[in-house]
Design a protein around this ligand. Structure first.
Ligand code: PHE
Length: 340
């Protein structure tokens, strides 16, 4: 067995230059199988009167090895840190990956922007509504199918509490709280109890609009919607209004735009008709104005509503509405340019 002095000399002489040699040092002097440990095991064989001083020497030896190990380790770590920062001060930093806006938000903001430019103000309100604001005030007859369990999500314990099926509820809320002139748009999330397919979802987004003042006419509505269509789809777009029915507007219409892909010639997108439907609209029914405390003899107005997912699918030519809810980053990242 090596003497304590021999081991002491070895500890001092051992060349520690890098992480590898540091580990070798640890194995040789500080591990369970080291020669220092063997000396500890030897203590019990030493004559009792020398045991104490021998034990002390072995302990000192172990402390020495431990101390050398810590010092080398610390200085190695410190010098690594310094070297690293000296080498890297001029290196350009890694670029931070930038996210993009969701296509639904992009479209929502675009629609909002177009109407805000001509004096409309956006209003928001609750997703969870009551029967009055979603149906009754809007002139829905008692037996109207939209009230049916099949279309509307009701809260089981409160038949009067439901998830709004359109943001027309915000038109009611606005008219109840404000006298004309009123010019608002109502962006928001809506809910309908529909089977989820590539063309329909139980959650989607709408922007609805309302204009109430003296002498508001159908021609005002048509001009406003033409302005919107041309800003959204290009200056050459034409519109057409087809008669339709909504309980809260009279007369009611559905608006098509000339197909911006084929220019009206006929293609897959417009199903060879040359026209694509984009929104519902109409003159606010006098009953609705009266329900909200507005004098229908003095004032008239128009309203419209469009589905954001549908607009987005048309504009970016995607064919599956579910893509907007799955949030697959590979899909979302394609809208980077549009979100700037
Ligand atoms: N609220 C109707 C819907 O959700 C859209 C609409 C709004 C139609 C205003 C006419 C006037 O389908």
């Amino acid at each position: 067995m090596k003497s304590i002095d021999e081991l002491k000399a070895e500890i001092e002489k051992f060349k520690i230059e890098n992480a590898e040699t540091l580990e070798q040092f640890r194995l040789q002097f500080l591990s369970k199988k080291s020669e220092i440990q063997a000396l500890f095991a030897e203590i019990k064989n030493i004559a009792p009167e020398e045991r104490k001083s021998f034990g002390q020497l072995v302990n000192e030896l172990k402390d020495k090895a431990q101390q050398r190990f810590e010092e080398c380790k610390e200085s190695m770590e410190a010098s690594q840190g310094v070297q690293h920062s000296i080498a890297d001060v001029t290196r350009p930093s890694d670029s931070i990956p930038v996210g993009s806006m969701h296509p639904i938000s992009i479209m929502m903001n675009q629609v909002r922007r177009i109407f805000e430019d001509i004096g409309f103000t956006a209003v928001t309100g609750p997703d969870i509504e009551d029967d009055w604001h979603v149906f009754t005030a809007l002139n829905f007859p008692e037996e109207h199918p939209a009230r049916d369990m099949q279309d509307t999500f009701f809260v089981e314990l409160h038949p009067d509490v439901l998830l709004r099926t359109h943001t027309s509820s915000l038109q009611v809320r606005t008219m109840e709280n404000q006298q004309p002139p009123i010019r608002v748009i109502c962006p928001g999330r809506v809910f309908r109890n529909e089977a989820i397919t590539s063309r329909a979802h139980c959650i989607f987004h709408q922007v609805e609009g309302l204009y109430v003042a003296e002498n508001v006419s159908f021609a005002d509505m048509k001009q406003t919607l033409l302005y919107f269509a041309q800003r959204m789809f290009g200056p050459d777009v034409r519109i057409r209004l087809r008669p339709s029915y909504f309980p809260f507007t009279e007369p009611s219409a559905e608006m098509d735009i000339s197909c911006y892909i084929c220019g009206g010639e006929g293609c897959n997108l417009c199903k060879h008709t040359g026209w694509v439907e984009i929104l519902g609209c109409g003159m606010v029914d006098p009953n609705v104005l009266e329900n909200c405390g507005i004098d229908s003899k003095k004032y008239s107005g128009f309203a419209f509503g469009l589905g954001i997912e549908r607009m987005t699918m048309l504009k970016y030519r995607t064919n599956d509405i579910r893509l907007y809810f799955e949030n697959d980053v590979r899909f979302l990242q394609q809208f980077k340019a549009a979100s700037r």
